[in-house]
Design a protein around this ligand. Structure first.
Ligand code: SF4
Length: 364
């Protein structure tokens, strides 16, 4: 790899300009050669990098070809003509890319990049739920394994969750696996929701009390929350929606002071786009899985073509149908206005195993 040569310095200078208020100047000569190398490797291998909004600014602004939330990245995976996709995100996102672009090589730079929501449920849990609630359609958040998606009728993201649930035209749905997202959807619809006890380990940490304290220490702050936070947190926020909705809100409204109640890097990435005109108050909850992706392992991933994501065909066919059903609905979603708190049935392994669920073959 080249060092911080004049050639590297000149080629990477516009990238440094973009993130210079987020990365100390002394670090740039260390990371610039890596950025230069990754951008060269992408051309050499006909590869693109899809980066989630929660990636660090060096990845998000300096090597990514496409950035966005899970749904936007899934659609990009389908549309790109590159031979190789490197997923700068977590494993379920790389699986979703593989489902939508089965002929492409999909790489995840670290096998540590999991997700507490995806890990909370498996295919057998969904089959048990379907036996317990026969005929009730299953909506699964994209933050699940391909095995779980294969058991579902349709996927959703936080951007389109309400539209997907209502679009099914039924009175009751099983919505998996995020307890808080399901409760937040339930509060805004007449559709009865049966939820799963899964939580995002980042968003579950935020509390309504903490938000009230920020209002005292930062008067006038606009508080924007992600719907993986609890209903009490959303109630306290000024606006709630998916990561792409939160970004749109800041761009459209340009509040003097804003706090994004979500993963920490989001604020850095939006701040780099918007500049100093908006002050970001950062309650810093980092996702350790997202942070398992680094410039170093992206470069290794491209060089060594590792770690390739594969999905068994019998799972892939059914999981792809669930994701495609969602994409066919379009990306137009609904933000999370204030709703009326409703009771939601929460299932988990304990409640399923304590029931005498008839053993019958279930078909998805
Ligand atoms: S932020 Fe939460 S939902 Fe997103 S990858 Fe991390 S643990 Fe999963």
């Amino acid at each position: 790899m080249k060092g911080y040569t004049p050639e590297v310095a000149i080629a990477t200078e516009p990238l440094f300009e973009k993130i210079k208020h987020l990365i100390p100047a002394v670090e740039w000569p260390i990371i610039a050669p890596l950025i230069y190398k990754i951008n060269e490797l992408k051309v050499e291998k006909n590869a693109v990098i899809l980066a989630h909004n929660y990636q660090t600014p060096d990845i998000y602004h300096c090597v990514a070809d496409f950035v966005g939330d899970s749904l936007q990245l899934a659609i990009q995976a389908q549309e790109t003509e590159a031979d190789i996709i490197v997923q700068a995100g977590v494993y379920f996102m790389a699986e979703t890319s593989k489902l939508l672009s089965p002929e492409k090589t999909i790489l995840i730079p670290s096998l540590e990049a999991g997700c507490s929501l995806a890990a909370s449920i498996n295919g057998e849990n969904v089959r048990q739920l379907k036996r317990k609630y026969p005929g009730v359609p299953v909506v699964t958040y994209v933050n699940t394994s391909a095995e779980v998606k294969a058991e579902a009728d349709i996927c959703c993201t936080s951007a389109n969750a309400i539209a997907v649930v209502e679009g099914l035209g039924v009175e009751r749905v099983i919505m998996l696996p995020d307890e808080f997202l399901s409760k937040n959807v339930a509060n805004l619809t007449d559709v009865e929701i049966i939820a799963w006890r899964g939580r995002c380990e980042v968003h579950e940490k935020f509390t309504a009390n903490e938000l009230r304290e920020y209002r005292v220490t930062s008067p006038g702050v606009s508080i924007l929350a992600h719907p993986e936070c609890s209903p009490e947190v959303l109630e306290e926020a000024d606006f709630a929606g998916s990561t792409s909705s939160l970004i749109r809100y800041v761009n459209d409204n340009r509040p003097d002071k804003v706090m994004m109640v979500t993963e920490c890097s989001m604020s850095d990435n939006v701040s780099a786009e918007i500049g100093p005109e908006v002050e970001f108050i950062r309650p810093c909850n980092l996702c350790p899985h997202m942070k398992a992706i680094t410039l170093e392992n992206i470069a290794e991933s491209l060089e060594l073509l590792r770690y390739e994501v594969t999905i068994p065909e019998e799972i892939s066919v059914r999981a792809r149908r669930s994701v495609q059903e969602m994409i066919n609905l379009g990306v137009e979603g609904r933000d999370f206005e204030k709703g009326e708190f409703k009771d939601v049935v929460i299932e988990d392994e304990v409640s399923l195993n304590s029931m005498d669920i008839p053993l019958q073959k279930s078909f998805s």
